[in-house]
Design a protein around this ligand. Structure first.
Ligand SMILES: Cc1ncc(COP(=O)(O)O)c(C=O)c1O
Length: 403
């Protein structure tokens, strides 16, 4: 008989990823022969640009296939410093850069490096599913602050002030946001920065993964750029996954003050070691090479965003704000609660809504409870125009059939 395995208390507090669960369920239905449209995944449907692929092939041929320094090769750190300077007006030296196998490990390494039991991390909700769970795994306490449609899903200075305690270690900002697409203007960031200036114990982790996906002349800015006095307690996180359609290559990075970068270097050197050498060379090309892929991708996403928001707002019971960026929208489904689905089941929660929609119309979306703000759901429009058009027809038909 197998011995009983007692899991760690830290892991017992962690929920599995709802986004991965939805993708898995949709894949199961597909395998069973159903015509499923997946709007659950947070992954660009574009291919990685050829110049980046060629740089990777060259790296293989040149024998760049060995261990590298644990937190990144000097050439990539230089490229990241140049990127931060060019695009964000931020000055970092290579010693102030951390590179890891994706944006996700960058965040995790920072949390593991800094959290002690009882330390609080403010997570404005709706949040990316992994923030509170990574905080828990690292031994901290996530503090959820709900930011609803009334504030365009954004944290206000008042709500931030009210959430800060002597135990607050980090504020996690994510702009443009997964799951809402909401992005902070320069003035909004300045107002949050003014609060933080009054609380010197609070650090800011800004997750700028979707920086390049902003529409309608929205100007992307990041908090250390808007308030340079916060530079020495800000970790500016970014990566190539979303901007260059490189999710599978696994490269994320951060710039921050020496002490935290050094501590994160200790974490990575004793855990994963370096991110893939070939992916690092590909990322040097992504950051230093031609950037003409970005406007093409942006234009395609903008068209889809407009179509999806218009389509969802035609559905009785749904209300979808127009977000500034990313490739997600986050409609409220408050208007369908209490109604009965074609299956005869009453829709009481956003989880019910997502399940009934998948079962009745074979459209996969992620329910809002997973992101900490209900009743709502996330639609990813990083999929083909044809799939989106068909999905909108099905969602509308589903909402119209509710009684
Ligand atoms: C807000 C946000 N941060 C970080 C990540 C992780 O990026 P990576 O795939 O580079 O680990 C994601 C991916 O979904 C994300 O949406």
């Amino acid at each position: 008989m197998a011995a009983d395995l007692r899991l760690s208390d830290a892991l017992e507090r962690v929920k599995p990823s709802a986004t991965i669960a939805v993708t898995t369920k949709a894949a199961e239905l597909k395998r069973a022969g159903h015509d499923v449209i997946g709007l659950g995944a947070g992954e660009p449907d574009f291919d990685t640009p050829d110049n980046i692929k060629d740089a990777a092939i060259k790296a293989i041929r040149d024998g760049k296939t060995k261990y590298t320094p644990a937190d990144g090769i000097p050439e990539l750190k230089e490229a990241i410093c140049a990127k931060f300077k060019r695009e964000n007006g931020l000055t970092y030296t290579p010693a102030q850069i951390h590179v890891a196998p994706g944006g996700k490990p960058v965040i995790y390494n920072a949390l593991v490096a800094t959290l002690n039991p009882g330390d609080e991390v403010i997570c404005p909700a709706p949040y990316w599913v992994s923030y509170p769970e990574m905080v828990l795994m690292a031994g901290g306490e996530p503090v959820k602050v709900e930011c609803g449609q009334n504030t365009a899903y954004k944290l206000t200075p008042e709500a931030l002030e009210a959430a800060i305690t002597p135990k607050t270690k980090w504020l996690i900002l994510n702009s443009p946001s997964n799951p809402t697409g909401a992005a902070y203007t320069r003035a909004e960031l300045k107002a949050l920065a003014d609060v933080l200036l009054r609380h010197p114990q609070v650090w800011v982790m800004t997750d700028d993964m979707y920086e390049h996906l902003v529409y309608d002349d929205f100007e992307f800015t990041t908090i250390a750029q808007v308030e340079p006095a916060l530079w020495d307690r800000t970790l500016t996180i970014n990566g190539v996954s979303k901007a260059y359609a490189m999710t599978g290559w696994r490269i994320g990075y951060a710039g921050g003050p020496d002490k935290i970068i050094k501590a994160m270097g200790k974490v990575i050197s004793q855990t994963t070691s370096n991110p893939c050498s070939i992916s690092q060379w590909a990322s040097v090309e992504a950051l230093n090479g031609p950037q003409d892929f970005l406007p093409v991708m942006r234009a395609a996403y903008k068209k889809r965003r407009d179509m999806v928001v218009a389509g969802l707002n035609k559905c009785p019971g749904l209300h979808c704000p127009m977000p500034e960026g990313a490739f997600y929208v986050y409609p409220s489904c408050a208007g369908v609660l209490g109604k009965t689905a074609p299956s005869g089941n009453v829709i009481e929660t956003d989880e019910d809504f997502a399940r009934e929609l998948l079962e009745t119309e074979k459209v996969a979306v992620v329910f809002g409870a997973a992101f900490g703000l209900s009743p709502a759901f996330r639609v990813s429009y990083a999929t083909s125009d044809a799939a989106l058009e068909e999905a909108l027809v099905r969602i509308q038909r589903f909402c119209e059939a509710l009684r």
